[in-house]
Design a protein around this ligand. Structure first.
Ligand code: HEM
Length: 190
């Protein structure tokens, strides 16, 4: 992408950054509200659904490092990267590294499961939303289970995600959180 100075490169476009930080806020709101404040819970869930649809589209038409083809690697490349990481020999990537890229895909999938089961559950239990009345009885109970388990699995993925961000930041002496705010990273002179 564009070189802003000889030292810094624009890596994350504004759309990726907006997506990330609004997702963090919306996920926190959805997780905390549960069914206690159903309207807020539902609205933040719909907002996450919109973010996901946008991010998947952006994965095909966005800027270089936002595209899936920039960060989706083969299983062997991911394993190789993890092995190197264990030996503190992981190479530096400007975009997502192979393990980070895999985590992004898994998080997008898990969030899609959480959001879809949530919309279906709303349709079953409240007869509201685009899936109103589509499921009943045992199917509704199963949806509730899927919705809860996937939301809790997201917490586990987020913990791993934060661990990966911290590990990679330390390994390459850079502040990846700041990079997700400014969009800028140190240029890779390789
Ligand atoms: C305050 C907590 C969080 C921090 C500090 C943080 C930090 C980051 C950073 C630094 C990256 C870029 C990683 C890289 O350089 O490859 C990233 C990417 C990402 N994070 Fe987080 N994250 C947080 C919470 C979350 C949560 C709660 C979610 C999901 C609900 C999430 C989902 C993602 C996704 C999907 C990406 C990929 C962004 C993209 O390519 O569009 N993050 N995060």
């Amino acid at each position: 992408m564009t070189n802003t100075t000889s030292e810094q490169t624009k890596v994350w476009d504004i759309a990726v950054r907006f997506f990330h930080w609004s997702l963090v806020a919306a996920f926190a709101i959805s997780y905390i509200t549960e069914d206690e404040w159903l309207t807020l819970h539902t609205n933040s869930g719909y907002f996450i659904a919109a973010l996901l649809i946008f991010r998947i589209l952006w994965g095909f038409i966005g800027s270089r490092h936002a595209r899936f083809r920039d960060f989706v690697y083969s299983p062997s490349a991911i394993i190789d990267y993890l092995r190197k990481s264990l030996r503190f020999q992981s190479p530096r990537y400007l975009g997502h590294n192979p393990a980070g890229g895999a985590m992004v895909v898994v998080m997008l999938l898990m969030l899609s499961i959480t959001v879809t089961s949530g919309i279906a559950l709303l349709g079953a239990s409240e007869y509201a939303g685009p899936m109103a009345g589509l499921f009943q009885g045992e199917a509704a109970e199963l949806l509730e289970e899927v919705h809860e388990v996937s939301a809790n699995l997201m917490l586990l993925l987020i913990a791993l995600h934060l661990g990966g961000v911290l590990f990679s930041s330390l390994a390459h002496q850079e502040n990846l959180v700041k990079a997700m705010i400014t969009g800028l990273k140190r240029s890779n002179h390789q």
